[in-house]
Structure formats: C-alpha cells, structure tokens
Design a protein around this ligand. Structure first.
Ligand SMILES: *[C@@H]1O[C@H](CO)[C@@H](O)[C@H](O)[C@H]1NC(C)=O
Ligand SMILES: *[C@@H]1O[C@H](CO)[C@@H](O)[C@H](O)[C@H]1NC(C)=O
Ligand SMILES: *[C@@H]1O[C@H](CO)[C@@H](O)[C@H](O)[C@H]1NC(C)=O
Ligand SMILES: *[C@@H]1O[C@H](CO)[C@@H](O)[C@H](O)[C@H]1NC(C)=O
Ligand SMILES: *[C@@H]1O[C@H](CO)[C@@H](O)[C@H](O)[C@H]1NC(C)=O
Ligand SMILES: *[C@@H]1O[C@H](CO)[C@@H](O)[C@H](O)[C@H]1NC(C)=O
Length: 482
C-alpha cells in the first residue's frame, strides 16, 4: 500500500518568504513564443489565413483585445496564433484572444483582487463561498474557457481564452463534462496546502451544486501545470468524490487548445468562505473519509478519554521523546479510562491516519502538516500544539494555521507550548533567524506539560461524561452527497 509521505510542511517558509522566493522579473513579450505550436504550423497557417485576417480587420475594426481587456497590452507573439484561431471559422465572431495565464505585472500582488492568474477576469461570489469563475455562464457571456496550458515550468507560456461555443479556436478539442481548475501559490503536496487549494473549494462546490462530480481536474501552481497531488490529498479527494480524480495532462497540446464544456476556476484557495460553510465542508470530508476507510462512527467510546501523541521525525521532533511520553503517560494514568497512544505519521497510510484520529479525543503534536488530520476527530475534540523557540516572535500569523483549521472544523485548540530554550540566532535579520529556528528540535518542560495535560484531560473527561449523560452520541446519518 502506498504510504502517504507527509511532506515536511512548507507552509511557513512559503508564507514568510513570499516576496523573496519569488523573483519578480519584468520581461518583454518580444521573444519568440516557441512553445505552443510548432513554428512551421504557425507559419503555414499564417500564410493560409493572412488574407482573411486583413479582410476581417477591414470589415470589423472592432476586432481588438481592448473589449475584453481594458488595459492596453504590450504586443506579444501570442497574438499571432490568437488571430489564426479566430479566423479558423469563416464566420465573423468575436476574435478568440489568448492571453498568458499568469500576468507578471501583478507578481507583487499575486493573490490580491483578480490575482495574477487569468487576471482580466472578475470573480463571481456566492454568499459565504470562495470566489470562483464559471464557464459558460451569464458572467462569461455564455463563452467557454479554453486553455493552451501544458507548460510545467513557466506560467507565462500557458494561455487562456474565452470562446463562444459556436466559434471555438482552430483545432480546439472540447473536453466534456465538468472541469475543476485551480491555481495555487503553494502546492498540492503539503496536506494543508492541498486541502486549502483544492479539497475545500472543490468539495464545497460538490456540496452545494447537487453533488456535481468533476470529470477532471486541471491543476496549476503559479500558472505552471501540475499533474499530481500528494497521496494524502489525492486520497482525500477520492474519498470525497467517490472516484479517483483524473488530473489533466494536456498530452496532445501541440495539436491545439482544449476548451471545456463546463469549467469552474478557483484561484483564491478557500478565499472568502464563511466559517459555517467551511464547517459544513469539513463535516462532509470527515464523514466521507471515515466511510471510505470503513471506520464505524461508533468508535467514539464515550467511556474513554483517548489521548494521542503524534510525534514527528526530524524537524520539530522532541529531543527527549521518552521523557515526553512518560509525562503524558503519567497524567493519563491519573484519569479514569484514559488511553494514551503514541504514533508517528511517517508510517501511516491515509486510512491509518483517519482511523487514528477518529479514535482520538485529544491530539498532542508539534506544529506541522500532520496536524491537518485533526478534522478527522469527532467534533469538539482537543488539540495541543508545540513550537520550537523563535516561532512565536518571528513566524507571523502563519503560525496560527492550526488554530484556524481547528476553528473551521469545530475542534478546540487548547493552546500551545513555545519552547523558551534553544540556540542563540547568530543573525540580525528576522527572516534568517526564522530559518535558523524553524525546524529545530523541541525541548521539554515537565511541570508545564504535566499541568497543561492534566487540565485538558479533565476538561475532556467532563465533556465526555456530559455527552454520555445527555445521550448525545451521534447516531450515524449518511454523509452529505453519498
Ligand atoms: C471587472 O470589474 C471591473 C470593476 O467592477 C469592471 O470595470 C470590469 O469591466 C470588469 N471586467 C470584466 C471582464 O467583466
Ligand atoms: C517564461 O516565458 C516568457 C514568455 O515566453 C519568457 O519571456 C520568460 O523569460 C520565461 N521565464 C522563465 C523563467 O523562463
Ligand atoms: C516505519 O516502517 C518501516 C518499514 O515498514 C520500518 O522499518 C520503520 O521502523 C518504521 N518506523 C517507525 C518509526 O515505526
Ligand atoms: C460541541 O460543544 C458545543 C459547546 O460546548 C455544543 O454546543 C455542541 O453541541 C457540541 N457539538 C457536538 C457535535 O457535540
Ligand atoms: C471561531 O472563531 C470565531 C471568531 O474568532 C469565534 O467567534 C468562534 O466561536 C470560533 N468557533 C469555534 C468553533 O471555535
Ligand atoms: C497549573 O497552572 C495553573 C495556572 O497556570 C496553576 O494555578 C496551578 O496551580 C498549576 N497546577 C499545578 C499542579 O502545577
């Protein structure tokens, strides 16, 4: 069975080095656009079509890009094949203009407003939901989304266009059914990044649109095509949609662009989703993941208080694991029916993780991507988080990501321990110091851990007793969209 390798979380590196790690170079569009189609084909088509082009421009001087794109664009070679596409049909339709998927003029504000991805298009909002673009729709004047976008390493070399169904670009292939398109600034491997960029927005659409299932996914990272997701993210999607998700590779992209019968584009991750909506999406994902893994919801055992210590290897692991385990073990022994499990995420499959967390009331773990699994716990379960020195002062708001997930998925974040000890940072610069501290090992504070664990254990014990008395044990109803 495939192991889900927990990508060491890059959340924080990325969010703190956004500007730095992403060179904002300006470039001219005057270079050859050699990627999309063989030059020979372009030349041939150009020769074939040039007469028509001149005629078309004479008949309809409004054949320009300014209607769709109010800003004036520098001339760039995409236009050569744009025009060729549009004149493929003899009817004088709106020209199909292809534009770079990524607009580097917005590199400094890549995630703001219309973002730098399909930047000419405005988002559509539905109350409480993340922003999206839907094609065809009223907002797109009934046009379909077309992509000439198979480049895996340069988002400027991928392009998009909107085309009326009756005047698609030359050689365009129409891909039937619903397509989910996503662009993320981060990645699809890390649990939290994949959840936020793909699983949550896709699952939310599924939930509210009559359980619509996509025929395929088109995944971009800064406009560069991606053809895989991390195994944890892929399995979660499979559990949610009840089928393996096909990820588009645009294998025959040299033959022409692909247009989509129906496409929804997400470029803001979870974006403006309201908390209650997210909570419903997490409820559905929890339910479906448990069903997929064949976990009975009766695992709850209202009589037990189940504490899980999820240890990391390497970065942000405890220096003295046996001491930490002993402390948790001692506190657990003080509480009736307390059960302590010690686990390491590295060796757990997706379903092992779902099962472990389904059987956990209190998750204690160092800050890291493995904590994303928290939403598989029953609602109102608890979380205890540990940070190495330096995070509190230098990590910015990103350090609170698991408080946010706890909040959205209905868990209780029971606070964090910030290691006060650690090597002294030899640099002056905060960023360099953060890198210096980020993945250090964690120390240990016997008194603090004991006191904190005792408090949380007692709170959870009371909560479970209350639930037991109130007989509020959830009777398993089927998941939404099952
Ligand atoms: C996007 O919204 C802006 C401001 O509301 C508007 O001026 C512009 O025309 C819209 N663009 C498109 C393509 O609808
Ligand atoms: C990406 O492609 C554009 C347009 O072809 C080119 O100008 C730019 O230099 C390329 N960027 C990189 C990093 O290769
Ligand atoms: C993880 O699994 C591998 C092989 O299955 C084993 O050799 C290793 O000891 C395991 N590690 C832990 C921490 O359990
Ligand atoms: C979680 O706790 C809150 C407040 O303590 C309670 O209102 C809610 O019903 C609980 N939810 C579940 C699923 O038990
Ligand atoms: C989540 O956070 C909001 C705003 O801080 C707060 O009002 C709400 O009670 C929190 N919900 C949960 C379940 O923790
Ligand atoms: C635990 O901490 C609380 C407040 O932080 C304190 O009042 C209490 O005495 C401590 N308990 C123990 C057993 O140290």
């Amino acid at each position: 069975m495939r192991r889900s390798t927990l990508a060491q979380d890059r959340i924080h590196v990325e969010s703190f080095s956004k500007q730095r790690s992403f060179p904002t170079f300006t470039h001219s569009y005057s270079k050859c656009c050699c990627h999309c189609f063989p030059l020979a084909l372009i030349t041939f088509l150009a020769l074939l079509q040039i007469g028509t082009l001149i005629q078309a421009l004479k008949i309809n001087p409004a054949l320009s890009f300014s209607r769709v794109f109010p800003t004036s664009w520098p001339s760039f070679p995409h236009q050569a094949h744009n025009i060729i596409y549009s004149l493929a049909k003899t009817k004088l339709h709106e020209p199909v203009a292809f534009f770079p998927l990524i607009d580097r003029r917005f590199a400094k504000t890549a995630m703001d407003g219309n973002t730098w991805f399909m930047s000419s298009l405005n988002d559509t909002y539905e109350e409480g939901e993340t922003e999206f673009l839907h094609f065809p729709s009223k907002e797109s004047d009934g046009r379909l989304l077309c992509l000439a976008g198979s480049n895996p390493s340069n988002g400027t070399r991928n392009s998009y266009a909107l085309a009326p169904p009756e005047a698609l670009p030359r050689n365009a292939k129409v891909l039937s059914g619903l397509t989910f398109v996503s662009d993320t600034y981060y990645d699809y491997d890390n649990l939290w990044h994949g959840l936020s960029a793909a699983a949550v927005p896709f699952a939310s659409w599924h939930r509210r649109k009559e359980c619509a299932r996509p025929a395929r996914l088109v995944l971009y990272h800064r406009g560069e095509l991606r053809t895989r997701m991390g195994p944890w993210v892929a399995t979660l999607m499979k559990a949610v949609f009840g089928q393996e998700m096909a990820i588009e590779r645009f294998e025959k992209s040299e033959e022409g662009p692909s247009c989509f019968e129906e496409a929804v584009v997400f470029r803001h991750n979870e974006g403006s989703m309201a908390r209650e909506r997210r909570e419903k999406v997490y409820d559905m994902m929890r339910c479906k993941a448990r069903a997929y893994c064949g976990i009975s919801t009766d695992v709850g055992g209202l009589n037990a208080v189940r504490l899980t210590l999820l240890l990391r290897r390497g970065a942000r692991s405890f220096k003295d694991e046996p001491a930490v385990i002993r402390t948790f073990g001692r506190q657990c022994m003080e509480v009736d029916a307390c059960q302590l499990k010690v686990a390491r995420p590295n060796n757990l499959t997706f379903c092992d993780q779902v099962k472990l967390l389904s059987e956990t009331d209190i998750l204690a773990s160092p800050h890291g991507a493995q904590l994303t699994n928290m939403f598989f716990m029953d609602k109102n379960s608890s979380l205890m988080e540990f940070f190495p020195k330096g995070w509190q002062e230098l990590a910015g708001v990103g350090q609170h990501v698991f408080r946010w997930i706890a909040n959205y998925s209905g868990m209780k974040h029971q606070g964090a321990w910030n290691d006060p000890q650690g090597d002294h940072c030899p640099h002056d610069d905060g960023r360099r110091c953060f890198s210096f501290y980020k993945n250090r090992q964690l120390g240990y504070d016997e008194a603090f851990f004991a006191n904190w664990t005792a408090r949380v254990l007692n709170e959870v014990k009371e909560y479970k007793a209350f639930k037991r008395d109130a007989q509020t044990q959830l009777t398993q109803s089927s998941c939404q969209c099952s």
